[in-house]
Design a protein around this ligand. Sequence first.
Ligand code: WT7
Length: 632
Amino acid sequence: MSEKRPPLEGEVYYPSPEVVAQARVKDWEALARRADEDLTGFWAAEAEELEWYRKWNRVLDDSDKPFFKWFAGAQCNIVHNALDRHQKTWRRNKLSLVWVGEKGDVRTYSYFALHRDVCRFANVLKAMGVRKGDRVTIYMPRIPEIAIAMLASAKIGAIHSVVYGGFSVDALQQRIEDSESRVVITADGGFMNGKIVELKKTVDEAVKHAPSVETVIVVQRTGHEVRIEAGRDYWYHDLMKLPLAQPVCATEVMESHDPLFILYTSGSTGKPKGLIHGHGGYMTGVYSTLKYVFDIKDEDRYWCAADPGWITGHSYIVYGPLLLGATTFMYEGSPTFPYPNRWWSLIEKYGISILYTAPTAIRGLMRFGESWPNRHDLSTLRLLGSVGEPINPEAWRWYHRVIGKGRCPIMDTWWQTETGMFMITPTPVVPLKPGSGTRPFFGQQAEILDEKGDPVPDGEEGFLALKRPWPAMALTVYRDPERYKNLYWSQYPGKYMAGDSAKKDKDGYFWVIGRTDDVIKVSGYRLGTAEVESALVSHPAIAEAAVIGLPHEVKGNAIHCYCMLRKGFKPSEELADEVKAHVAQHLGPIVRPEKVTFVDSLPKTRSGKIMRRVLKARAQGLPEGDLSTMED
Ligand code: WT7
């Protein structure tokens, strides 16, 4: 394949003959060309590999752009494809989920067992009054019940809204309120770094101000004491013992574009956006991308080490692997507990063949040196993956050499909550360049544009845009379609604007640089400056605040806060620590600021907008740029 073409520029890793021999798609170029020429034909063929209650009349209905309708007229349910259909084949006896707790406890589920528990819990939800279209908030540790709760909701046509367990009261409350959930599913806690994460306490606080919530279902994970409010809170295990928790439950027939879940993500304003994904398009996109990129086979043991509470977990821990009938691995705790070899020992013990994680985790583990991974047999690995932020070439090389022993290609997948599925990504046979996600997935085209929407020359930085619709695209922003249209589709009419800056090299490889909006990627987590700022000003000492991200060796970026104090307060180390704790308590430990600096004034435009880019330039000792709009 690659023999005929001129060599690629820069540091290139070509696939080995072994990798090519086992790859599902050997001729990447040919399939890419076919998908390019016949986008709907490509996706219809992918969709044909799944089961539908009724087939579509049109693969893509684009009569109401940007609200594209994939598989218009079709009926399906993602859970039918993730669980029900496997019950008819030998896969009912295959492991669907292997789970390990931080304490070392293990639980495994066959496809049969997972289906049974999902049916039983779906019946519980129904008995609680949950109906098609109702919203269910899920706030859980990384335990099998998070997947069961998601699948049970989807099975009966309810819309799940998972809130990441690292978020705290304000973030959770805001998300419950926006979705008007009737039911919250949580746990008495989870284990992380040897400590209990008090999820139930956070729920109690958040629910106080969320009148929509009628019922809280609590999974017992830690066994320590938590408050149970009579008439509102129920133990999961009590409910699952009831006669109504029958192992048989019909899967609701959904229209292809009926909502499957809401996932909140941070943007430029203080209010997180509830992105909606639907059944038919999402299931097809996730199924197909996971199949081609991680090339999953029946003998694989696939581990995506993200949290199910983020899109990565939705698409590639829960739904994707189950759609493919694969064995997915889930680990509850921290990579460094009790020692920095925890992940490597799990790979050895469970024979993991595919590891998909984030650059921040790789950098974090790299710090402990090679001797930790080198004490373990990692020879079962055949593919590695990276997601969440750009991977710096040093981390890429370490991952490739020390973890993959130079044998395992690294799938650097660029995508977003909004895209639902991989957008710019290699497949195992694509030559790799450290730090580049290579080229767009089959059927997609990307380009780098300037402010006016004209393509910039190769090698120059610009705004990353996607040119063609794809099946797992978000349907809309929950109850705010205008926001969806304005945010993503109005900058360059007809094109999707990702909110990232990037470059394209002369080989057509894309290099994502970072966000162009007020989103900070901290350890791969997407956080909004406005949300942090509003938590800051809720502290009695703070009058005004501005938040920026600055480079951090392990986290990629870290949160730096500039705060103006109210009269009567004096800057001090203690106050700075108190402010950090305040933000962590309100929004969550992952949002804890790196540094709080007290200032007398903040750079603003004449219309009063804080100029974060000026703060950023100052902090880094860089030129401050155009200051003509700055107030005196
Ligand atoms: C943003 C989306 C999609 C899964 C997790 C993140 C950044 C994501 C990469 C990558 C460079 C990446 C972008 C993007 N990003 N993957 N492989 N290389 N940057 O989802 O929280 O919606 O964040 O993450 O900036 O816009 P998300």
